[in-house]
Design a protein around this ligand. Sequence first.
Ligand code: GLY
Length: 253
Amino acid sequence: MFTHAIARRPGKNFAQGLTTSFNAKPPQYDLLCKQHETYLETIKSCGLEVTLLDPLPDYPDAYFVEDTAVVTPDVAVITNPGAKARNGEEDFMAPVLAGFRKTEHILAPGTVDGGDVLQVGNHFFIGLSERTNKEGAAQLGRILESYGNTWAAVEVGAGLHFKSSVNYVGKNTLLVTADFAEHAALSKYNKIVLEKAEAYAANTLLVNEHLLMPVGYPDTRKQLKVLGFDIIELETSEVRKMDGGLTCMSIRF
Ligand code: GLY
């Protein structure tokens, strides 16, 4: 069970963050804040106490806090984010997490983004992406192993992060894009495979007995329903314009 989450308010300059999603409509700050607020209220309603941090003016992507740390029951591993523009956000997260856990650090030349790290019980998948390199994955893997966990590195391929394409939705089941449907590293798990048109819904977040999913993916919703969890649909239009999703906006533990 998760009991805590850390999140950060988006700053007014959020649209200067990194994005590969080009939209006819530019992202709207007021709407983003409204969606972020609803997200926070939702995770609180799922039983989490939220520590809410202020925006970081020099880091417009900093409300995507997930990338700055990997937190287990034993340790908070402070990452070394792989995008130059985001590297440094982790320095502001380290003292916050030090209040909750012993901290360890990923060191250069290793890079890791938390969005590439998926925990399933005491096993961790570490995606190798443009943000997370082999050295970073190996450092993180060694730290996790030292606390009794196992890990496996997986090439991310298309998509920003591993969790853009694969997430754990409970009951030994992974929600995956078609690219990961037959992946050998995931063979132990049942899989719900997303329709191509619904691939964004891969970024669905399990919080205790609740599944938070982006609104507008009816086929995925129908398939998730069989798991028997409470499904909560959330608007994510503005974070999506900034290549973000539901898992990115909090660190849960
Ligand atoms: N805008 C989210 C990221 O690129 O990290």
